[in-house]
Design a protein around this ligand. Structure first.
Ligand SMILES: [Zn+2]
Length: 522
């Protein structure tokens, strides 16, 4: 085993069912996890659900008409998240729920430790609170009594509470962020966080009196209170390791916390300070992605334009959705989702380019060579064909190292990696068929030239299947089987697959042409 790779998604708040934004984080995390598994690393991919807090208590109350049904309520929603990630072919290694007893125990231990060290103190809270965001705001932050995060009206609260003494860590965090340029990515998000830290950092109210809100983890040092939901939720990244049966020492700190941009303050300010105060290391990178808009509009329940990923999967299949989510946006930027754009991408990239390339190639291998992949001859009997072949091969030869470099880059260039394969290999291979016109060589009786063309095309497809395996695992497997390369691409490729070029790897195998990979959408 060459090292560990620990990637997390946020744990999703279970007040509503999963939407396309959640699905996006899942696909990005899953692609990374699958890629690092191919590299032979010991991967731990954690996702889960955030189940406590005021908002859950409210929706549960609205549904059941009385308090006390919160667990029943969250159980019913968690099923939907698990089903959605199953349909999306997400390969998480563990699913953490904040209502799991093990998580609650760890949260209480951490709170007790901080209390014993004097990092938490009692005080009077007098300020603003946003219920949907579960976030406190000071007078300066909350201009006109409106939440700076979601623009909803805030409630005014005055009560005895417990405070995590976060403010004194401001200088330390500034310095840490400056000294660790990849701690917050992309770079413009780091600048945004440095911007928050230019202002005073107030201590964080981490308690709720039970008389007002009781759906939470009890403070171990005051039974009249439960802990602030964000404080509890962030700790899932640590508790999830132990809950899965793994050793914390082996997997902490995480390599990547993938999050959406609206929760950057919690992950890049609160969380590192909590870890510092608890004496734990900080995650290597907090990577914030953008939001998905519906055309030009923000997706929101009130606008009724929330995209349900399950409906898309049912209608078009899982891999086209995974492909579109990665292809349509550079990680970190906002994306625009529309069914028309999705269909256009599906038809051009998947049905026309990738699907047709496989189909045409295998049809020709069957027609000219009884389905057995020929080895590439040194001399195809036509210098022009040799030149075309060398040009295509130069693209194929470098593609896996190039893809590997992009996937490992600090910017997580998943979109570029995928695009490069589609252009440099799939796109060029389709043009290669047209330019080479094997049917003309057939009329001339030049089978050596056709051997070379088929060997090149099969190699292009083999390399493509490997490169897309983390992105579209089911499609990669289908390609692998149709190429006659094996039954399970994951099992058949080794960690060094990205570092070497093995032309003629499939020479002599019998292809097994099957159903088209993607049917055109009319
Ligand atoms: Zn808000």
């Amino acid at each position: 085993m060459s090292g560990t790779f620990y990637v997390t998604t946020p744990i999703y708040y279970v007040n509503a069912k999963p939407h396309i934004g959640h699905a996006y984080t899942q696909v990005v995390a899953d692609t990374l996890a699958r890629f690092h598994r191919i590299l032979g690393e010991d991967v731990f991919f954690l996702t889960g659900t955030d189940e406590y807090g005021e908002k859950i208590e409210e929706v549960s109350l609205a549904k059941y008409g009385e308090k006390g049904h919160e667990k029943e309520f969250v159980d019913s929603i968690v099923v939907k998240f698990r089903e959605a990630w199953g349909s999306l072919n997400v390969s998480n290694d563990y699913f953490i729920r904040t209502t799991d007893p093990g998580h609650g125990k760890l949260v209480q231990d951490m709170l007790q430790g901080l209390w014993d060290k004097g990092e938490i103190e009692e005080g009077e809270y007098d300020g603003w609170f946003c219920t949907p965001c579960e976030t406190f705001w000071t007078d300066t932050q909350a201009e006109n009594g409106v939440c700076p995060e979601c623009n909803r009206p805030l409630g005014r609260i005055k009560e005895k509470n417990y405070f995590f003494k976060m403010g004194k860590y401001r200088e330390w965090l500034l310095e840490y962020i400056n000294e660790h340029p990849t701690f917050i990515m992309p770079e413009f998000r780091r600048n945004e966080v440095l911007g928050f830290l230019r202002e005073e950092l107030t201590d964080l109210c981490i308690s709720r009196p039970k008389e007002r809100m009781s759906w939470g983890i009890e403070l171990p040092f005051d039974k009249g209170y439960v802990v602030y939901v964000w404080f509890d939720a962030l700790l899932n990244y640590v508790s999830g390791i132990g809950a899965s049966g793994r050793e914390r020492e082996r997997f902490w700190p995480a390599n990547f916390h993938l999050i959406a941009k609206d929760i950057i303050r919690h992950h890049a300010v609160y969380w590192p300070i909590m870890l510092k105060a608890m004496g734990l290391e900080l995650p290597k990178t907090v990577f914030a992605h953008g939001w998905w808009k519906m055309g030009a509009d923000k997706m929101s329940k009130s606008k009724g334009n929330v995209v349900d990923p399950l409906a898309f999967i049912e209608k078009y299949g899982v891999d086209p959705l995974r492909y579109f989510l990665i292809k349509a946006v550079k990680l970190g930027m906002d994306g625009s989702f529309s069914e028309d754009a999705f269909i256009a991408t599906y038809n051009s990239d998947l049905a026309n380019d990738l699907g047709n390339l496989l189909n045409r190639t295998l049809t020709m291998v069957e027609k000219y060579f009884d389905g057995v992949v020929p080895a590439a001859p040194r001399d195809p009997g036509d210098p022009a064909q040799l030149a075309r072949s060398n040009e295509l091969r130069s693209g194929i030869k470098g593609i896996l190292p190039l893809v590997k470099g992009k996937m490992l880059s600090r910017d997580l260039l998943l979109q570029e990696a995928l695009e490069t394969v589609m252009q440099t290999v799939v796109g060029r291979a389709n043009k290669y068929i047209e330019a080479s016109a094997p049917w003309n060589y057939s009329k001339q009786g030049n089978m050596e030239a056709i051997k070379l063309i088929m060997a090149d095309l099969v190699e292009a497809l083999r390399v493509t299947a490997i490169a897309i395996a983390p992105f579209m695992p089911a499609t990669a497997d289908k390609m692998w089987r149709q190429l006659g390369a094996g039954d399970d691409i994951k099992a058949d490729i080794s960690p060094s697959v990205y570092d070497k070029w093995e032309p003629d790897k499939l020479a002599g195998v019998k292809v097994a042409k099957g159903e088209p990979l993607f049917m055109r959408i009319k």
